[in-house]
Design a protein around this ligand. Structure first.
Ligand SMILES: NC(=O)c1ccc[n+]([C@@H]2O[C@H](COP(=O)([O-])OP(=O)(O)OC[C@H]3O[C@@H](n4cnc5c(N)ncnc54)[C@H](OP(=O)(O)O)[C@@H]3O)[C@@H](O)[C@H]2O)c1
Length: 254
């Protein structure tokens, strides 16, 4: 049994708490956001709500789930202990800053969770590797140590792929629904098609995106035609340019 605390009870904290409940841990979440904290405590008997100071006092593993500017305001006033393990999910707060903000705690890692951590099976890039993270999520999620902070930050940029790609899937599903008249079935169809492609990759690590694209490259076929159209319209270049533009914010070499 671990005593786990969350400072900042927003969207990603709620997903992580949901993934951790029911496993014999003691979970304490901070009282902001009040509505999310109340909903978690109402739903799960192993979740309690407390002010930030109490969360830190009552926990051995502390997840920092604040926005960066809030973290810089709030963390210096909290009494961390040297023996605590701290795991930050925050973009824009480098490890060197976390060491100052959470002193005297030294066992500090940064991870990149995604909302799917609520149901398990998600990928969790981490730097530096964290025994505490492995204890909590090693059985349910894929822990990916990145070996360097810059590599972890590159994963932060890659997580930003989710929005533009989901946006395209939504547009494709909306186009389909305009033809069929069934929005729900259209979205489910698109989601199921992609779930199948992605499952075939995660279940067979030797399968690459190029392999999948090759299987959809029949000359003159619908896939090849739409792909050529999107490339010509600059979609791939725009995506790569957008990722490049995130580099300065993430401290990545340009
Ligand atoms: N969402 C994701 O999928 C995701 C994925 C990876 C990493 N992250 C990182 O996770 C962090 C949080 O993101 P989020 O999406 O969960 O944001 P969010 O939903 O806005 O959560 C931030 C939480 O911090 C709370 N807060 C504000 N001031 C506070 C204080 N003084 N003490 C305690 N809590 C306070 C807010 O409460 P109020 O609503 O009351 O202001 C809010 O519930 C960010 O740094 C983000 O980069 C998010």
């Amino acid at each position: 049994m671990e005593r786990i605390g969350f400072i900042g009870t927003g969207e990603i904290a709620a997903a992580m708490v949901t993934g951790l409940t029911g496993r014999g841990h003691q979970i304490t979440v901070s009282d902001r956001n009040a509505a999310i904290a109340a909903a978690l405590a109402a739903q799960f008997t192993d979740v309690a709500i407390a002010p930030n100071e109490q969360v830190v006092a009552d926990s051995d593993i502390i997840f920092l789930c604040l926005l960066a500017d809030v973290a810089r305001d709030v963390l210096p006033d909290l009494a961390f202990r040297a023996d605590q393990r701290v795991i930050s999910v925050m973009v824009d707060v480098p490890l060197a800053d976390l060491k100052l903000l959470c002193a005297p705690a030294t066992e500090i890692s940064i991870i990149i969770p995604l909302p799917s951590i609520a149901v398990g099976g998600s990928a969790l890039p981490v730097f530096p590797d964290s025994a505490a993270l492995r204890t909590l999520f090693g059985d349910t999620d894929l822990i990916l140590p990145t070996g360097a902070e810059a590599a972890l930050n590159a994963h932060f940029a890659a997580t930003a792929l989710a929005s533009p790609i989901l946006d395209q899937m939504r547009a494709g599903a909306a186009w389909l629904a305009a033809q069929t008249g069934d929005e729900t079935a259209s979205e489910q169809y698109v989601a199921t098609v992609f779930a199948g492609f992605l499952r075939s990759m995660t279940e067979n690590p030797e399968t690459s995106f190029t392999d999948l694209l090759d299987s959809l490259a029949t000359e003159g076929g619908l896939n090849a035609t739409l792909r050529a159209h999107m490339r010509k319209a600059g979609a791939i270049d725009a995506l790569t340019d957008g990722l490049e533009a995130l580099k300065p914010r993430l401290g990545l070499a340009e």
